[in-house]
Write a protein that binds this ligand. Sequence first.
Ligand code: HEM
Length: 166
Amino acid sequence: MSRRQLRDEVMTFLLAGHETTAVALAWTWYLLACHPEVAERARDEALSCSGTATHARRPAAPAALAHGRRGGDAALSPGVGIARQAVGPDRIGGYDVPAGAIVSLSPWVTHRHPDFWDDPDRFDPERFRPGRERTRPRFAYFPFSGGPRLCIGRPSRSWRRSSSSR
Ligand code: HEM
């Protein structure tokens, strides 16, 4: 790896991996503080599988953290925008996209779009109960993007399966 490539890799991990996670956690704690009933449930779940707040009995089991996980999902839109530049002319959703044009997608806006979500500004972890995703278009929720440039730091499939199964 050249020094330039090393620098680029470190920058990617620092920005892609650090800032997004910090912002997601900051909003999660803020929203939990505003919704004590959700916070209480998430806390009980965490304690039921990890002992006390200071003495962990065993590593937190993802399956036991379903509610906390849904709270995180509901808070998750750190990505204000994702941009792509068209390599050639295209037509997307009825719109002409000339070569070189910048196409911008916003998880933040889409995650609050009334066409896809009921009462979209309400913090509601129950939206992320298993099976609910079938009631909305696949990309109504895309905090980690999609396609070949999908976030490499996204939760694994096995974590999502086990944490959403309760
Ligand atoms: C809540 C946390 C995170 C969110 C919301 C998030 C979101 C995203 C999004 C939306 C993209 C796509 C950007 C694009 O298509 O232009 C992306 C890409 C990426 N993320 Fe994350 N990310 C998170 C955590 C992480 C972590 C922890 C890591 C590293 C350990 C990471 C590493 C990356 C990398 C390397 C890419 C570029 C992948 C590529 O272009 O092939 N992310 N992330």
